[in-house]
Design a protein around this ligand. Structure first.
Ligand SMILES: Nc1nc2c(ncn2[C@@H]2O[C@H](COP(=O)(O)OP(=O)(O)OP(=O)(O)O)[C@@H](O)[C@H]2O)c(=O)[nH]1
Length: 304
């Protein structure tokens, strides 16, 4: 399956009848990238892998019905947000009610009218796009443009569970700009805002892997999550991040530790266990940041 064209939305059509797949595919292909699946199992796989913007789902299919499949889709975090339109020969109100009750956003009877299918698909894609934009806005810190604390909480939960399942290491790092109050007091709040933006984006651009994650934790504090990264690799990367910020050479004549903007950081690498408390696992990173501040700032401390 080829990659979809950038910017184009994707629709996954799931129907056991090849002719239905072809007809529906043909009428939508002009507006969107179309993916086809001939069974519920194949549809679920493609929904997880390709994250379509919309699913058109037949109800009557052998083995697993559309009603069964939508229950699975709505229960999985990776697919629960994808809108589903039923398109079915079950053209009575009780089935329509059941489909909508199970979480479908629309219900179209077969035989269908081409123009109506196109119009409804367009409408739901537009709603999906608006929903995605709102979600993105709700997860971005407006000053720095990086993820905010709400997004961090979600990603941490996701990474934590995934690391526990795969028995892999997760590194958590807290970072804080040194003597930022003095910076604000002497250079002004607007200049402080610019520094926050620059530091946040320098840290972000210093991360290497697609799943490395940074958020603004609050004020002048940031948090970095490094999944599948052990202590050595994580420490090296964070030292590199701190150096990248120093290399900006942002003057800070009122910092007792340096004449440029520096950061202190505290990190921990852990192997999450299913029933371990998340808060307890993060605390060492906080403690290490505190230690770094106490022991002179402008440094990284790592929990043993
Ligand atoms: N410009 C600006 N300043 C902020 C923002 N959020 C928090 N701050 C400032 O960050 C400063 C944090 O001060 P402190 O918590 O005393 O920390 P600090 O001066 O960096 O001292 P250490 O952390 O011990 O090095 C305060 O002056 C806050 O007003 C922001 O969005 N913009």
């Amino acid at each position: 399956m080829s990659e979809p064209a950038p910017g184009r939305q994707r629709v996954l059509i799931i129907d056991d009848q090849k002719t239905n797949l072809k007809v529906l595919g043909d009428i939508l292909r002009q507006d969107v990238d179309v993916m086809l699946a001939q069974s519920a199992e194949q549809g679920l796989r493609k929904a997880i892998e390709y994250q379509p913007d919309l699913i058109l789902l037949d109800v009557l299919m052998p083995e697993t019905s559309g009603f069964e499949l939508i229950k699975t889709l709505k229960h999985q975090s990776l697919t629960s947000g994808i809108p589903v339109i039923f398109i079915t020969a079950l053209n009575d109100s009780s089935h329509e009610e059941q489909g909508l009750h199970l979480g479908a956003c629309d219900y179209i009877y077969k035989p269908f009218h081409t123009a109506i299918v196109q119009a409804r698909v367009r409408l739901h894609l537009q709603l999906a796009r608006q929903r995605r934009m709102l979600e993105q806005l709700a997860h971005i810190d407006p000053l720095t443009g990086i993820a905010n604390r709400r997004k961090y909480a979600q990603v941490l939960d996701l990474y934590w569970r995934s690391a526990a399942r795969q028995q892999s290491s997760l590194s958590i790092v807290m970072l804080d700009i040194d003597h930022f109050k003095e910076y604000n007091d002497h250079y002004g709040h607007a200049a402080g805002d610019k520094v926050l933006h620059l530091v946040a984006n320098t840290l972000k651009n210093s991360l290497k892997r697609p799943n490395d994650f940074i958020a603004r934790y609050g004020g002048e504090e940031f948090v970095i999550l490094l999944p599948e990264s052990n202590e050595d690799g994580s420490r090296q990367l964070i030292e590199f991040c701190l150096q990248q910020v120093k290399d900006l050479h942002i003057p800070h004549d009122y910092s007792p530790v340096s004449d440029i903007i520096t950061l202190s950081a505290g990190g921990v690498s852990c192997m999450p266990a299913q029933h371990q408390q998340l808060e307890a696992a993060i605390k060492p990173a906080d403690d290490m940041l505190y230690q770094a501040k106490q022991q002179g700032k402008n440094q990284l401390r790592w929990a043993n």
